[in-house]
Design a protein around this ligand. Structure first.
Ligand code: ANZ
Ligand code: ZN
Length: 802
């Protein structure tokens, strides 16, 4: 027997698969299809990280199993290659981002191939390829046409280091998600996408899909649907302040109001306001903070009373003061609130600090100590005609009352904001619009797409915050497609999230130059059957792509309302020290080195064996060695291989049990326990000192999706027909998974006193008979009466004696 030499056999099989196109999806649409998808990577300069193969191997296993089950499988891969790190690298090293991108892609591709992932490489997509982004631009123009893309002066998150605007989702813990730089508010003219128009459906349609619970919940919370009321408060000077509240029931407890520093009322009531300077100064302070900082619960409350104006609480008819404070955001609700310090924590803290009255209107807590925020338990007090009602009843009653009086309206609100779609950067898709003094914004005609990124000398963003494209006058200056007059091209580019919002559609028909993909292919392949990706994308890519897909569905381009039927998510792989792997910590493991030393199959087995797929787990070099030893033992099974095509009787149950376990575990992300089951089956073979040919073949097929190279090689060495990848997935017989004999613990008065072995199908009577024949049991019950028996079938038989 030859030594197990992964270096030799892995390259050999990778070449064979590629040559034969073994894993290419077929155009034969009569076969049942299966579309498995993983998030395509951003090809960074660092190369592949050991975190990448976790997700890729998991769905590779599913894809390989599905092929063996007779499906036409699409398992594609591509590159999400626009983006800041490449651009920053290009600026620093004075290389064109195109060249940096090509280099990074080549490296990533070689690395992925060396892992033996069964991607259909004939369908590779690259978001920076003009043939691809032509369609990204095309979708943008459709959005523009339908009024879902609009340009607006918006106060946006501005990263002071990257010098670009960021979407809310890109600000994490108050700093820039990419560089950790300070984020301030800045008013800029931005292209926005109206994702809010789809808010309701993005929540409702979560019912149509099978997403793991935490993904569903995160999306729901992010979209943040709430039901409440808008209420008008009369203000000095005949004006009104409209507030949004989810607790109209607490109206009698509203002892003051707060408006956001940016609220237009301040300007409108200028003539009445006694302390305008103080308010302006406060406004300036607030401007420097991000929404995150402003609404942080723990934060010390600040604010300024607007002197000279008052509001009237419509329920109590009392005059109440109005404050400006940054804990109220202009971007949510109406930018103004009625403050109920007895029942809202932030209002309570603010009232304490500014010595404002705190009135209890829902009994049940102790408002001296904290706001009572419970909405399930509590009875209305100090609330006039609401007294004695429960919160839910009070809500309805006051809402009716306010609507009748014409000063309130029931309202559904969403936390979700429109998507800031402009970036003042070079390395992104040009926004295909031309500005004409006469015609306004005019789309570039479809036949002129793509608008290709022009060559520039410098990729540095300008300090005024304009894209470097603005410096290329000969590109910017053009003619208006509508009137033929002078026009100027938009110089903002799209955010990195653009290309990834529809890439899964392109895989179905990647070389089509007439449409983004043909109708027949979309009809056949959609929806994606299983999509695995990172939790960090739940409120970004996953939400954005659902939005684009729904929009394309409304345009009749795609056949399904949702793109992904099933969504799962993997945990992170941490350093051996359980900290996040990062260059600065020096704990990054390079998959190339693992493959070089132990082989790709070992890497694959280890990535899947490392722990619960959904949890974060630390890397372990010892674990790697253990997985290599397992494969060495698989290789050595050859030395105990004997002829015979039937399963042997002794191991029949174990074999059927393992087929069942592995088959089911692969479907349920339990790759680790599937591998453990294969390891114990291998032990059984070794204990017996023999493995029959039929058993060996089954074992190899079960292991194949996890360790495809070694299993192909063993299949071939032993002269079995065809390739293992072309075999049918093993089946189990449910009857044969049941143990013939079971061991039952016999307890007397709750203590285990003996164990009996009995056929699995034995009745309680049989168990009792056998138990009472056992000498130890006889000892314990002699001279006593059996007063009770409890039987847990197949497990425990308990006798109670007195
Ligand atoms: C009175 C009240 C009483 C409130 C009470 C809460 C509890 P959700 O559920 O997240 O939608 N709010 C409204 N607009 C705001 C803004 N622009 N900035 C900051 N806070 C704002 O939250 C709705 C509640 O958040 C609203 O209901 C309002 O406070 C506050 F016992 O109104 B409530
Ligand atoms: Zn024009």
């Amino acid at each position: 027997m030859k030594e197990y030499n992964p270096k030799e056999i892995e390259k050999k099989w990778q070449d064979i698969w590629e040559e034969r196109g073994t894993f290419y999806a077929s155009d034969d649409k009569t076969k049942p299809k299966y579309y498995a998808l993983v998030e395509f990577p951003y090809p960074s300069g660092q190369g592949l990280h050991v975190g990448h193969p976790r997700s890729y191997t998991a769905l590779d296993i599913v894809a390989r199993k599905r092929r063996m089950q007779g499906y036409n499988v699409l398992y594609p891969m591509g590159w999400d290659a626009f983006g800041l790190p490449t651009e920053n690298y290009a600026i620093k090293n004075k290389i064109h981002p195109r060249i940096v991108t090509e280099r990074n892609i080549a490296r990533f591709k070689a690395q992925l191939k060396s892992i033996g992932l069964s991607f259909d490489w004939s369908r590779e997509v690259d978001t920076t390829d003009p043939k691809y982004y032509k369609w990204t631009q095309w979708i943008f123009l459709k959005l523009f046409e339908k009024g879902l893309a609009y340009k607006k002066e918006a106060s946006i998150n501005w990263c002071t280091a990257c010098k670009i605007g960021l979407a809310n989702e890109e600000v994490v813990n108050g700093v820039c998600e990419r560089c950790g730089g300070e984020v301030v508010r800045k008013v800029k003219n931005q292209w926005m996408l109206k994702i809010t128009e789809y808010a309701e459906r993005l929540i409702q349609d979560l019912q149509l899909v099978d997403y793991i619970e935490r993904v569903k919940i995160q999306q729901e919370n992010w979209i943040g649907r709430s039901t409440g009321m808008e209420i008008d408060f009369a203000v000095t000077g005949g004006k009104q302040i409209k507030v949004y509240t989810t607790r109209p029931d607490t109206l009698f407890g509203a002892t003051y109001m707060v408006i956001a520093p940016e609220h237009p009322l301040i300007d409108e009531l200028k003539d009445f306001v006694a302390n305008l300077d103080e308010i302006e100064a406060y406004k300036e302070q607030a401007n420097k903070k991000s929404d995150f900082e402003r609404t942080e619960l723990a934060k010390e409350k600040t604010g300024v009373e607007i002197k000279g104006i008052k509001a009237v609480n419509p329920a109590t008819e009392k005059e109440i003061p109005i404050f400006v404070s940054d804990y109220v955001l202009m971007s949510y609700g109406t930018g103004a609130i009625m403050a109920v310090p007895g029942h809202d924590t932030r209002d309570w803290e603010f009232a304490k600090k500014f010595n404002l009255p705190i009135v209890e209107v829902v009994a049940g807590g102790n408002i001296e100590e904290a706001a009572y925020t419970d909405t399930e338990n509590g009875i209305m007090v100090n609330s006039g005609f609401l007294n004695g009602l429960e919160v839910k009843e009070a809500k309805e009653k006051i809402s009716d009352w306010l609507e009748e009086k014409g000063i309130g309206k029931r309202k559904v609100n969403f936390k979700l904001r429109d998507w800031v779609f402009s970036r003042q950067r070079y390395w992104g898709e040009p926004i295909p619009l031309i500005y004409c003094e006469k015609c306004g914004w005019v789309p570039v005609p479809e036949e002129e797409l793509p608008v290709v990124l022009p060559e520039v000398e410098s990729y540095e963003p300008t300090d005024t915050g304009e894209s470097p494209l603005a410096n290329i006058r000969e590109w910017v200056e053009t003619t208006c497609p509508k009137c033929g007059g002078k026009g100027e091209r938009e110089t903002d580019t799209m955010p990195q999230w653009a290309g990834s919002s529809w890439y899964f559609l392109r895989y179905t028909d990647p070389h089509n130059d007439k449409e983004l993909a043909s109708k027949e292919n979309l009809d056949y392949w959609l929806p994606i059957d299983w999509y695995n990706g990172g939790m960090e994308h739940t409120t970004l890519h996953l939400l954005y792509s659902r939005f684009w897909h729904k929009f394309l569905y409304d345009c009749g381009v795609v056949p399904t309302p949702e793109p992904y039927q099933k969504r799962t998510s993997h945990g992170m792989i941490l350093g051996e020290n359980s900290e996040k792997m990062s260059k600065s910590r020096g704990n990054v493991v390079n998959p190339d080195e693992i493959i070089e030393e132990y082989g790709a199959d070992t890497l694959r087995v280890y990535e899947m064996f490392i722990g619960d797929f959904e949890k974060s787990v630390p890397w372990s070099q010892n674990g790697i060695k253990g997985c290599r030893r397992f494969l060495d033992r698989v290789w050595k099974l050859q030395s105990i291989l004997t002829d015979g095509d039937a399963f042997s009787k002794e191991l029949e149950t174990s074999l059927h049990k393992t087929i069942k376990k592995v088959s089911e575990d692969f479907e349920n992300l339990k790759f680790n326990t599937a591998i453990a089951a294969l390891m114990s089956l291998l032990n059984e073979f070794n204990d017996r000192g023999q493995i029959h040919r039929a058993e060996f073949k089954t074992f190899l097929m079960l292991l194949n999706p996890i360790a495809p190279h070694i299993t192909e090689e063993l299949w071939q060495i032993n002269g079995y027909e065809g390739m293992i990848a072309e075999q049918s997935w093993p089946r189990w017989d449910e009857e044969k998974t049941k143990d013939a004999m079971v061991e039952i613990a016999v307890q007397v008065n709750g203590k285990v006193r003996a164990a009996i072995v009995i056929p699995a199908e034995a009745s309680q009577e049989d168990v009792k008979k056998k138990a009472l024949e056992d000498e130890k049991i006889i000892c314990f019950i002699q001279g006593k009466n059996i007063v009770k028996e409890i039987y847990v079938p197949g497990k425990i038989y308990n006798i109670v004696v007195k």
